[in-house]
Design a protein around this ligand. Structure first.
Ligand code: CMC
Length: 430
């Protein structure tokens, strides 16, 4: 292939001028368009792409999604292999450091995370300021932001040692704060971390331990949650990763950047979808109501939550793994009556022309809520269970953004469509 073939030639029909722009990695650098002007003092052409539908905002080596083939890989490793053989903490190491750890690095990483699970006692005072029915995600956003005030040195985002220290702290403290959000809403006393337990076992202990001297962690449920954590750990440039990068690009500290990412995840079109799926299945209530519900989705009156994805135009590989996991969990917890509705809904949707034509398949959130519910989580905790592991992905994306010389403060352009200049009119003259 000649050099010439890696270019794009554009003719500006306003002026007759031709421009040859380089194509790199299948993209044109948007700044190349600025040289295309009608008059010398023009600003130059911009590209218009609301919601970043066709804009690469960064170069990233963290996660690959092939949406047409239904492929997801972290740092090159297929999600199926990681879910089968790895643990969440090992995957977190992989996302942050770029490679799987050897035994020594693994043990040091797990040790560092384990000894940072305690959260400052004053955070509990902040928690007590919330109403008893405050949503767990709203609390998580606030608590994460509040940690920024405990660690002012985290503002030194250009210091690699401090960056690493706070990455460890955040991954370590997410389950503690999440469990405390849950205990707060239940009106139960807080349980402190137990460093004899592993990451997920410790989380389950802080959530569910009551008066027993030692909480017995069920190994099947522990493993299932660990796999769910692996599946949720990163998903390239999604809405919340983009929020972490955008806020982090102003060199805000990682606690504030992750509070922003958590807020982005909260929405029902993103991490809040698992909660919305469960509410939807409850609302449907019976398989006989599915056809009418599906008709409403097709009429645009509502969305089939847990279906569709900006990138996947095939079965979400995470959904496939979770569907298998659900059966293992239900053997321990008993069958979830909503499963029958979910399975039938999936079957009907996958055979319906509306969904087939638009390539709408179940995504990660379609079955995860059923597992969470069977494990004893209230729906408000579902997005929090997404946020805990996703913190590793956000931190990997945030670190990569800071190390990338091409990145600057995120600051999009706009097409101004408002009024032209007008003179102020005093209120008694309006
Ligand atoms: N139910 C019914 N119709 C849908 C759905 C759905 N869940 N999703 C998309 N469509 C239709 C949409 O109405 C549009 O139809 P038309 O071309 O006739 O206007 C077409 O499919 C394309 O949809 P879109 O809204 O342009 O697609 P998008 O890429 O902007 O949105 C999405 C992606 C995930 C926000 C959307 O599919 C959705 O709202 N799904 C339900 C919420 C959900 O499950 N979110 C979790 C996503 S996975 C977890 C995560 O990463 O956050």
């Amino acid at each position: 292939m000649s050099d010439n073939e890696d270019t794009l030639t554009i003719r500006d029909n306003r002026t007759g001028n031709e421009f040859t722009l380089p194509i790199t990695d299948g993209t044109i650098n948007a700044m190349e368009f600025r040289q295309i002007k009608e008059k010398e003092d023009d600003f130059g052409l911009m590209v218009y792409d609301p919601a970043f539908k066709n804009t690469a905002s960064c170069r990233s080596a963290v996660t690959l999604i092939d949406g047409d083939k239904g492929i997801l890989r972290y740092r090159g490793y297929p999600i199926e292999q990681l879910a089968e053989h790895s643990t969440f903490l090992e995957v977190a190491y992989l996302l942050i450091h770029g490679d799987l750890p050897n035994q020594v690095d693994h043990d040091a990483w797990v040790h560092d995370i384990t000894i940072h699970t305690y959260v400052h006692q004053f955070v509990l005072r902040a928690m007590d300021g919330f109403k008893w029915d405050a949503h767990a995600m709203g609390k998580m956003v606030s608590l994460l932001g509040s940690l920024s005030t405990f660690y002012p040195d985290s503002k030194n985002v250009r210091d690699p040692a401090l960056r690493h220290e706070h990455i460890v702290k955040i991954i370590a403290k997410m389950p503690t704060m999440a469990a405390w959000c849950f205990r707060h809403s239940q009106g139960r006393p807080y349980v402190y971390p137990d460093n004899d337990l592993d990451y997920v076992g410790n989380f389950l202990n802080m959530l569910f331990r009551m008066a027993e001297p030692r909480y017995e962690v069920n190994p099947v449920l522990r493993k299932a949650l660990d796999v769910l954590f692996i599946l949720h750990a990163d998903h390239e440039q999604n809405c919340s990763a983009n929020a972490a990068r955008a806020v982090g690009s102003s060199e805000a500290d990682p606690y504030c950047s992750l509070a922003a990412a958590t807020a982005a995840l909260y929405g029902p079109l993103h991490g809040g979808a698992n909660e919305a799926v469960l509410r939807m299945l409850r609302e449907i209530g019976d398989v006989k109501n599915i056809p009418a519900f599906v008709d409403n989705c097709k009429n645009g009156e509502q969305r089939l939550m847990g279906f569709g994805h900006r990138v996947y135009k095939n079965y979400d590989p995470r959904a496939r793994i979770i569907k298998g996991l659900a059966h293992e969990v239900f053997e321990i917890t008993g069958n979830n009556p909503l499963l029958e509705i979910a399975l039938e809904l999936e079957k009907i949707a996958l055979n319906d022309e509306y969904f087939v034509k638009r390539k709408l398949y179940p995504n990660v959130d379609f079955y995860s809520g059923l597992i969470y519910q069977s494990m004893g989580f209230p729906v408000e905790m579902f997005p929090v269970l997404f946020a805990i592991p996703r913190a590793a992905g956000w931190l990997a994306q945030w670190s990569e953004m800071l190390a990338d010389d091409a990145q600057k403060i995120a600051r999009p352009r706009q097409i101004y469509v408002g009024a032209g200049e007008r003179s102020y009119i005093p209120i008694d003259k309006r």
